[in-house]
Write a protein that binds this ligand. Structure first.
Ligand SMILES: [Zn+2]
Length: 502
């Protein structure tokens, strides 16, 4: 396997270079030649000699682990050896994506002519008593729609559609699922499964709207505000300058010492910096970097916990297993990250800031959050529908948006343009958002399996054991199995939506 391993090492070096440059682009807006590295990557991948090395292993008599390694590399190289047209399209997609991510990272919203950061919009949405001002802040997010489309967002969608067709797949969604080793029909039952909960969801939202804002409908611009009424402590002002020690001590509960890891944090907003939260797993087990945008609120720790979850995941993988590490599903990564993000509501974390007085509000908030998260399926489906409908202009996108949310949640069309472009995933990570949701479904499964095995009612009763469980049952085998197989291996059942709420 030496030749295969050294091929993977060469590939990793190019990817590390790409990730380092992306980090700079996302943190300060400088582009130190991302397109050039993409070209280098493409020529490495499309080099016939390299593909030949991988193909030679296909006919060999190998053990299960080595077979899996060959499968992972073969799947990575294969798309580059189908046709010249595909490679050209791929390069065009990469360039367009890079161009548009620059637009997104440097764009700033404004309210009444005054520049406003995403963090500030979030704060208005959760604190502002005046419903109209909240609405204004919510729709400020749609200001990026047009610049994004003007810069070529629809061209990008069409390029991806063309790529999938040229590949021989029915559409880009199916193509992406295949590349991610997921069953093409994995979402087919979701709409029906979800429909069972729509009345519960909408009634609960109405109940809260009546209670806290004396309205009969909870609109998107009310959601965070109502959250802050349910759990006002989430908005407590905290001193973020001590974030590192708080995180470090928290992870020690699980037997994980981040002091031993090389995780870089860049957590405060600045000009030309991406307004999202990211983990850049620059080099597995060696260099992991976290980008976030926080200011001074307790709830902002959620993103730090989530991204640090990614960071520790990278350090718990074995760096020398670079091929298997490339086979880890995005659902597992996001699942682990969301698992740690969820501790924002648990005493094991909040005790750094609060006493038991917050217990009830956090329990209620956790339930509200979990139920509302079903609406995220709307964002997932909207992203998919962009590739299944004819999109010629911005109005077509809005139409798809309202159609998806109308069909899934009985939402009514509103007069303003829905904010969608601000969500960077549609541009940089298409057909990716299901990873978060399915990651949460996976977490629910893991907690249930762990509690049953250890006779606990919450994983926080035995955090150290849970840390070991996570490493042994999830992280170690995660590159070895395709996601659905791993899920079944741990739970004994097939993946299904039902794990989330039952
Ligand atoms: Zn994440």
């Amino acid at each position: 396997m030496d030749k295969l391993e050294s091929l993977a090492k060469e590939l990793e070096e190019i990817q590390v270079d790409l990730m380092r440059r992306s980090w700079v682009q996302y943190t300060v807006g400088y582009d130190f030649g991302i397109d050039e590295v993409y070209e280098k990557l493409n020529s490495f991948m499309s080099d016939k000699k390299n593909f030949y090395i991988v193909c030679k292993y296909l006919d060999m008599d190998l053990n299960e682990i080595d077979k899996r390694k060959v499968e992972i590399l073969y799947n990575a190289f294969k798309p580059y050896h189908l046709s010249k047209e595909l490679n050209e399209l791929n390069l065009e997609i990469q360039k367009k994506t890079n161009e548009l991510s620059q637009v997104l990272n440097t764009f700033r919203f404004n309210i009444e002519g005054k520049e406003i950061t995403s963090v500030e919009i979030t704060q208005i949405l959760s604190n502002e008593e005046d419903r109209n001002l909240r609405k204004k802040a919510y729709f400020a997010r749609n200001q990026i729609n047009k610049p994004l489309v003007d810069a070529g967002f629809i061209e990008l969608i069409n390029l991806r559609k063309e790529y999938a067709k040229a590949y021989g797949d029915n559409d880009f969604v199916e193509h992406k699922l295949k590349i991610d080793e997921l069953s093409p029909g994995i979402f087919n039952s979701w709409k029906d499964e979800l429909s069972k909960y729509i009345d519960i969801l909408n009634n609960k939202r109405m109940e809260y709207a009546e209670k806290f804002i004396h309205e009969n409908e909870l609109m998107p611009w009310d959601q965070d505000y109502i959250g802050s009424k349910i759990a006002p402590s989430l908005n407590t002002t905290v001193d973020m300058s001590n974030y590192y020690n708080i995180l470090m001590r928290f992870f020690l509960n699980f037997g994980i010492d981040i002091d031993k890891y090389n995780i870089t944090y860049d957590i405060f907003s600045r000009k030309n910096k991406s307004e999202w939260g990211y983990n850049f797993p620059i080099e597995t087990g060696k260099d992991s970097r976290i980008l976030a945008n926080v200011k001074n609120k307790y709830h902002e720790y959620e993103v730090l916990l989530h991204e640090t979850g990614h960071g520790i995941h990278s350090f718990l993988l074995k760096p020398e297993e670079r091929i298997l590490n490339a086979g880890v599903s995005g659902i597992i990564s996001e699942g682990i990250a969301n698992l740690f993000g969820g501790f924002i509501y648990e005493e094991i974390f909040y005790k750094n800031f609060f006493g038991s007085e917050v217990k009830d509000e956090f329990v209620e908030m956790k339930e509200f959050d979990k139920l509302n998260y079903l609406r995220f399926v709307g964002d997932i489906f909207f992203d998919q529908e962009l590739y299944r409908n004819n999109i010629e202009n911005l109005d077509d996108i809005h139409e798809v948006y309202f159609k998806v949310f109308g069909e899934l949640f009985n939402d009514k069309i509103y007069n303003e343009e829905p904010p969608f472009g601000y969500r960077i995933h549609h541009t940089t990570h298409p057909i990716y958002m299901h990873n978060y949701f399915m990651g949460d479904v996976t977490c629910e499964m893991l907690k249930k399996v762990f509690n049953k095995k250890y006779g606990t009612s919450s994983i926080t009763e035995k955090p150290r054991e849970f840390g070991e469980f996570l490493i042994d049952e999830v992280i170690n085998p995660s590159g070895l199995y395709k996601y659905e197989d791993l899920f079944e291996r741990i739970s004994g059942e097939k993946f299904s939506f039902k794990w989330y709420l039952e």
